[in-house]
Design a protein around this ligand. Structure first.
Ligand SMILES: [Zn+2]
Length: 380
């Protein structure tokens, strides 16, 4: 295996990054863009591993098996920092810390690499803090910024970065990856890839977790029973609950693993109570996890609304008589009946309402339930 194996459906990006890792067209600042689920942060991580890979032969860089590759993929390499914000935006303080890290020479690797996973979650003031570091980089430092699209990053930053544009892989490629990497049955992998609209991480979850599949089906069926304001209020409440459950269950596994790893590092006794010094470190971790949980509920709600959107997208396709495959094939007869009850302009207005709610939830501090309620009322 190599570090490029997980970048299914991105041959152009892999070719570009391999060349750069061999020294052709290498630069100090990179901007990885692509829709959620296209794997932009995985691409940055693979590139970071290839740049610091221990292989002497440059054509072998990104071997995936040397200590450098393995620690970078596992996010434990001292010279490669991954920045992902637990809050809605990256703060100025966090940006200053990054700039100071970037000024240090790498301790053992060829390059010090800073991967900023949510470069779109920076305010203009914060971006300006990074700008100087990116304009005049330390010779052995490489910045990798990730964002949904180039427009999400200030033009002053964008113009100094080399662009790496990922596309959403075709559903068939995502299904193939699930079969090969996760041993998922082909029919289930295809269904999950389509329902996730090619988002690799979500597809994997849907394929492996039947409760996640049920929650999704419940979401996309909501419009079928939406007949009045009472139903709309109930739907909003349920959507927020579903998103919260989804976020909690996907966090639980990771939280427990992190705690176990921390206890092992501290050399904690396997049973009995923890000494006070250890307790405070565990508490710190739990506080961080709580903050992260809040952010992941926002992300999960956005994802739930994307599922809801897929219902209306399918309705629109039927209303327009397009020969495009439906996302929710299993609801075809319900979708067809629903499509008869209105016209495409009504469906488009409903899709706008959902997209407005998504925007309000992810970019402002509005209470999620309020945003979802007002959206639900306009879907009636
Ligand atoms: Zn390697």
């Amino acid at each position: 295996m190599t570090v490029w194996d997980d970048l299914q459906g991105q041959p152009a990006v892999v070719a570009q990054l391999r060349q750069a890792a061999m020294g052709e067209g290498l630069t100090h600042a990179w901007l990885f863009t692509g829709p959620p689920g296209s794997g932009r942060s995985n691409a940055a991580k693979a590139f970071a591993a290839a740049l610091n890979c221990d292989q002497d032969d440059v054509t072998m860089r990104g071997c995936g098996t040397c200590p450098a590759c393995r620690t970078i993929l596992g996010e434990t390499h001292a010279d490669v920092v991954f920045v992902r914000t637990e809050n809605v935006t990256i703060t100025i303080k966090e940006a200053r810390e990054l700039v100071s890290t970037a000024g240090n020479r790498p301790s053992s690797a060829r390059w010090r690499i800073i991967v900023v996973e949510d470069a779109d979650r920076m305010t203009e003031r914060t971006t300006n803090v990074l700008l100087k570091a990116i304009e005049e980089p330390t010779p052995r430092t490489i910045w990798m910024l990730c964002a949904p699209s180039p427009a999400d990053v200030l033009v002053t930053i964008r113009s100094r970065c080399r662009a790496v544009a990922l596309r959403l892989p075709p559903a068939a490629d995502v299904a193939a990856l699930l079969v090969k990497r996760d041993g998922v049955d082909l029919a289930l992998a295809e269904r999950a890839a389509r329902a996730a609209q090619s988002h690799v991480g979500i597809a994997r979850r849907l394929a492996r977790d039947s409760e996640a599949r049920e929650r999704r089906l419940e979401t996309v069926r909501f419009p079928l029973g939406l007949r009045g304001i009472t139903a709309a209020v109930m739907m909003a409440d349920k959507l927020v609950k579903i998103a919260t459950e989804e976020a909690t269950s996907s966090n639980e596994e990771r939280d427990a693993a992190e705690k176990a790893a921390l206890l092992a590092t501290l050399g904690a006794p396997e049973t009995g109570t923890l000494p006070p010094a250890m307790r405070s470190q565990v508490k710190q971790l739990e506080d961080d996890q709580k903050r992260r949980a809040k952010r992941s509920i926002t992300d999960s709600l956005d994802r739930t609304l994307t599922d809801l959107l897929s219902f209306y997208r399918d309705v629109l396709i039927i209303q327009l008589g397009n020969a495009v495959e439906l996302v929710n094939v299993e609801l075809r007869s319900e979708l067809e009946e629903f499509a008869q009850r209105s016209g495409p302009e009504v469906t488009l207005a409903r899709m706008d309402a959902i997209n407005n709610a998504r925007k309000r939830i992810t970019t402002t501090n509005v209470a999620p339930l309020l945003a979802v309620e007002s959206m639900a009322a306009s879907l009636i």
